[in-house]
Design a protein around this ligand. Structure first.
Ligand code: SAM
Length: 273
């Protein structure tokens, strides 16, 4: 335990290390994991507080970048590692993930994510065909962006991507006082239950254009990339109000618009022709 205290006081900011120290919250996270026998992928096990509870009922594959923490985890969890119920992968999870699936079997992602790469990790999990759900602690603002419904202020391109593959929910908030060291922001637990996976760079780029200036009209944002008359005709055809703001449009509208714009290969080149 002394070693653990030392590691906590030497938390490395570079790796987004804020260790969760509230057992009750750890229990609430465990209870929110979908009820089946799938393996859990944990990103950033840190000092192993969440890992310790995860391995009670699950097989776990954990990915930790910090060598000091990997050594600590290998010592603390030598028994489950020997028994094959826990695997620790030491290294950068994003490098390891690449364009492949993170694991070779279906899994649930459970993690108190390092905030500097949280959005990136969730987006990768949405695309990963092996990932069945995402249960993560992230900055509250990020959780809201992934889980908002159309019409809410926080509805964003990330909400549309979530709704395109499943359903996102902000479960509860976690105050900074529950971490060592405390982060500067409030955190939230986000759960995304996936029904499918989708890896469509074209659609992601289209959403970036659609939400470029979130307070402007959707048609205005789209007209920065596509011909204005094409957008006007499409809005008429799909019976979309011209003054609709990006956060007010349902996910299905984005899919209709994207499909129509891609049908005839209408893109920036057309605008410039
Ligand atoms: N799970 C622990 C907990 O709840 O106390 C630690 C969570 S801490 C917010 C984030 C963890 O992710 C740290 O252990 C950090 O070293 C690790 N981490 C940061 N960047 C990483 C990366 N690229 N790949 C794998 N782990 C990473």
């Amino acid at each position: 335990m002394n070693g653990k205290k030392n590691l906590a006081s030497f938390a490395n900011k570079r790796y987004g290390q804020n260790f969760l120290k509230n057992d009750l919250i750890i229990k609430q996270i465990i209870q929110a994991i979908p009820n089946d026998n799938l393996v859990v992928a944990e990103i950033g096990p840190g000092l192993g507080d969440l890992t310790k509870e995860l391995i009670v009922a699950r097989n776990v594959s954990a990915f930790e970048v910090d060598k000091r923490l990997c050594e600590h985890l290998n010592t603390t969890f030598s028994d489950p590692i020997c028994q094959g119920t826990l695997t620790i992968h030491c290294g950068d999870v994003l490098e390891r993930w690449g364009d492949k699936t993170l694991l070779d079997e279906d899994y649930h992602l459970v993690a108190n994510l390092p905030y500097y790469i949280a959005t990136n990790i969730i987006l990768k999990a949405l695309k990963d065909t092996r990932c069945q759900s995402v249960l993560v602690m992230v900055q509250k603002e990020v959780a809201k962006k992934f889980s908002a419904q159309a019409g809410e202020k926080a509805f964003s391109g990330l909400s549309v991507l979530t709704q395109s593959v499943g359903y996102g929910e902000l479960l509860f908030d976690v105050g900074a006082e529950n971490f060592v060291p405390p982060p500067k922001v409030t955190s939230s637990i986000l759960l995304i239950r996936k029904k499918r996976s989708e890896d469509n760079k074209g659609f992601e780029d289209f959403l970036k254009v659609a939400f470029k200036q979130p307070r402007k009209k959707l048609s205005k944002n789209l007209a920065t990339h596509y011909r204005k008359d094409t957008i006007e005709a499409l809005f008429l055809q799909l019976e979309i109000k011209d003054n609709l703001r990006p956060h007010e449009a349902e996910t299905s509208i984005y899919h209709h618009l994207y499909n129509e714009l891609n049908k005839d290969n209408i893109d920036e080149r057309e605008k410039n022709s």
